[in-house]
Ligand binder design. Sequence first.
Ligand SMILES: *Cc1c(COP(=O)(O)O)cnc(C)c1O
Length: 429
Amino acid sequence: MIIEESKRLFERAQHSIPGGVNSPVRAFKSVGGTPIFISKAKGAYLYDVDGNKYIDFIASWGPMILGHAYDEVIEAIQEQAVFSTSYGAPTELEIKMAELIKSMVPNVDLIRMVSSGTEACMSAIRVARGYTGKNKIVKFEGCYHGHADSFLVKAGSGMATLNIQTVPGVTGGVANDTLTCAYNDLDALTQLVHLYKGEIAAIIIEPVVGNMGCIIPQQGFLEGIRKICDEQEIVFIFDEVMTGFRLSAGGAQETLKVDADLVTYGKVIGGGMPVGAFGGKRYIMESVAPLGNVYQAGTLSGNPLAMIAGYTTLSILKNNPGIYKELSDKTTYLKEGLNRVLTAANIPFVINQFGSMISVHFSDHPVNDFESAASANNELFKKYFHAMLNRGIYLPPSAFESWFLNNALTYEDLDKTILATEQALREIL
Ligand SMILES: *Cc1c(COP(=O)(O)O)cnc(C)c1O
């Protein structure tokens, strides 16, 4: 596969953009090689600047659940654009968006739109702190909640590690208010909460993790956290930036039947435009300005172009609930095919799948937290990634990311992906 133009652009980009990219994972650092520069996409396919075509398993990290350049979404954006791209004043479209979301997901009485998942999570913990009057938050090792200071705390090993300043630019003061715990370890969490009794404002979690590969909550884990939060008056925040409108119309809350107090959204909610949102129980969301005194604002929040893309995407998902079964069936088919060829290759592997999220780990033990995800064979993943890219299959350029299926993928695309894996393994092993 020739990628000369991508190589030229990557070289040029580095003169004016840090590392040549506007978000680190795009630089292919963890897999090596040259990032592919994209020129266009349609349906399940990406096209690069050298004219190569790829089957896309990233879907812009989730948002393009219907496939790229979905006709109805594009038409809606075009219709809106002629009426101006921003007003900085309220519109009816924002009410329709809020009402639509409320009709789809549980436990959202009030919802505020923002422009990214980072903003949504950052705002949700501020609201939780303002509402409870407490300072500390708990996050789980390997979960990602955006790049706000409070979340950029490296996983301390063991329980109740006092976080020192590990990410340059994040002050010790901020880091000390973030406690970390291993995912799927309810005992460790129970001890941590006991140790910091009366100090914890919120526990934030990815209800199904997408940011250390796909990791599934063990039976009773989320239910156990719910109980702890009720007993200790802690706000339970579901970060549904990945799972929202992806696992089902109602997201992880609906699929897993666990209630959150606050929920954050991003990715699918904007249909490919920069949108995030945080919402939840009325008595907590009433703290948000101008209703309450927890300040939060955004010049482009509720932007009409972003809203129409999100509204159109969510409407399609709401009106065609069969899409979730189709997506899940396709992902199961992919899992079974990959399982077949990986077994035949006789190497240790684990495939985690939940709905349309799936990840392959070259590991000989179950992958259910950060430690087990980190101990998989990353060298092999790198080779696998490049062997697949060479065969026109675009996987996430990191072993720590979930793959996201979009509904434009056909069974023929999946067969090609399974065959490519078979060939790739023969080449790299
Ligand atoms: C992507 C992601 C975020 C951050 O969203 P951005 O729009 O990139 O700021 C937060 N939480 C989760 C679970 C995510 O996957």
